[in-house]
Design a protein around this ligand. Structure first.
Ligand SMILES: Cc1cc2nc3c(=O)[nH]c(=O)nc-3n(C[C@H](O)[C@H](O)[C@H](O)COP(=O)(O)OP(=O)(O)OC[C@H]3O[C@@H](n4cnc5c(N)ncnc54)[C@H](O)[C@@H]3O)c2cc1C
Length: 440
């Protein structure tokens, strides 16, 4: 029987290197002035030597299969690595595992034709192209993509796309978008959509704006990390840009799922990295600040927050690693419940821990002198992107309920009537004996 919580020593050493590297070489990027931090070309120049060091360690783009130049890490190893990279928002890019490019590369690896892989996937993996994933629309519910209404209509050897998307992360700095659009509104909802590779310089593809959000209220269009609104106005693209070619028609949902399963595990682990960083700050502050005759660390309510946070993070980590293990063993489609649980549970833990860390810092916690306030603002979105909490709870409970059945108008199966009957059946002789003894 196998039941193991140990990390292979060789891999553990790699994780140790990554942890040290993130804290000493990457976190200092956060101290750069905004005009440098928000300029992707400058950040690319500054981080180029860091990326070389990551490559030397064999830790570049570890999500890739070996035949694509990666390390072929399974989800458990990727999860552990992402926990470390989650400490700092710059780290995933320095390690070549940044969203949305990783998910998009996975989608292309699974569904693209050999020519599409060579032209779009390989440069993406090499960090030479940037991509966006363009599914959500402002006027239809992202949580129910069966209602998407951006369309692609076949016209000879071309498709003509019309509609509007938003929250296409990194869309304004991407070279191409993977656009999920309706190709046949007549068929059943899960087969209506297809996925297209749409270069962002295609005529008719108009970047409307990056939508400022609570984590980046002053974001300007074109800066890294934007959530882009995109108008598709008669965008004409050749048939060979349909992901998967002829076989890709109607495969939009299947392909979208390919990128979402692993992505959610990596998100959940990166949230743990963020939570741990907030927790580290909370503990340091609790041991530093004195109030009402003693250190904050000596107050029981602060001890409660520290203990609750540690327990929540450990539980979330175990849940996430178990989901990763399940996915490695049984595949993404058999791991829906595991993945759905960590998506909503992990987001809650992230939010709770940062919130407590802010509280322990008092006024300092909400100042921009500390990273906590921006971590807090970013954490809020975790309950919405890649599917809102409610949808994951619905998935979880629906699948669990399928393993149960009701009793209609009958008594609950645990009713005392049935338990008495069962006791009579199993232990009738004792019942008779002890009842007789009692009468005597
Ligand atoms: C930071 C960020 C990055 C994103 N990046 C991308 C990206 O790169 N590409 C992309 O295509 N999209 C992206 N999105 C969009 C994201 O996937 C959607 O916001 C999400 O799927 C929810 O869709 P919606 O916003 O349209 O909300 P709606 O679908 O309108 O849902 C609104 C609310 O309704 C409730 N709800 C929905 N369904 C149920 C239900 N079954 N039961 C109970 N309540 C329910 C929930 O509370 C939900 O929050 C991003 C979003 C954020 C915040």
């Amino acid at each position: 029987m196998a039941w193991d919580f140990e990390t292979d020593p060789e891999f553990d050493a790699k994780l140790g290197w990554a942890r040290e590297f993130v804290d000493t070489e990457i976190v200092p990027l956060e101290g750069l002035p905004k005009h440098i931090r928000h300029d992707q070309d400058k950040i690319d120049e500054i981080t180029a030597p860091l990326k070389d060091k990551v490559r030397e360690q064999g830790l570049w783009a570890t999500h890739l299969k070996p035949e694509l130049g990666g390390m072929g890490f399974g989800q458990v190893q990727l999860g552990l690595q992402n926990e470390i990279l989650g400490r700092c928002s710059f780290a995933p890019r320095v390690f070549g595992v940044n969203a949305p490019d990783t998910g998009n590369a996975e989608l292309l690896a699974e569904g693209a034709t050999p020519e599409q892989k060579e032209r779009w996937m390989q440069p993406l993996l090499d960090g030479k192209l940037r991509s966006g994933f363009s599914m959500t629309e402002p006027h239809t519910p992202g949580s129910d993509p069966t209602q998407l209404d951006t369309t692609a209509v076949r016209d000879g050897d071309e498709w003509v796309i019309n509609g509007r998307k938003w929250f296409t992360s990194n869309g304004s700095m991407a070279d191409f978008l993977l656009s999920m659009v309706v190709t046949n509104p007549e068929v059943e909802p899960l087969h209506r959509t297809s996925m297209f590779i749409v270069p962002t310089d295609t005529p008719g593809l108009n970047i409307v704006r990056d939508v400022p959000v609570m984590s980046h209220p002053e974001h300007e269009t074109g800066e890294p990390g934007g959530h882009t609104e995109v108008a598709y106005d008669n965008v004409r693209i050749p048939h060979e840009m349909l992901v998967g070619g002829d076989e890709g028609v109607g495969q939009g949902f299947v392909l979208a799922q390919k990128r979402l399963g692993p992505g959610r595990i990596h998100h959940a682990m990166r949230w743990l990295g963020q939570s741990r960083r907030a927790f580290d700050m909370m503990c340091e502050r609790a041991l530093s600040r004195e109030a009402h005759g003693g250190k904050l660390a000596d107050k029981q309510i602060i001890q409660d927050w520290i203990a609750e946070s540690e327990a929540e993070m450990r539980a979330a980590k175990l849940l996430t690693l178990q989901a990763a293990w399940h996915m490695d063993k049984h595949g993404a489609s058999q791991s829906r419940v595991e993945i759905a649980i960590i998506k909503f549970w992990g987001a809650k833990v992230l939010f709770n821990v940062i919130d407590r860390a802010i509280q322990v810092h008092g006024a300092l916690g909400i100042t921009t002198d500390m990273p906590l306030e921006s971590m807090y603002r970013a954490a809020r979105a975790a309950r919405i992107y890649d599917g809102p909490d409610e949808v994951h709870k619905v998935t979880t409970s629906r699948r669990i309920l399928k393993t149960y059945s009701g009793v209609g108008d009958g008594l609950p199966t645990e009713h005392i009537t049935y338990r008495r009957a069962a006791a009579q059946e199993k232990f009738g002789e004792y019942l008779e004996k002890y009842t007789a003894d009692a009468i005597l």
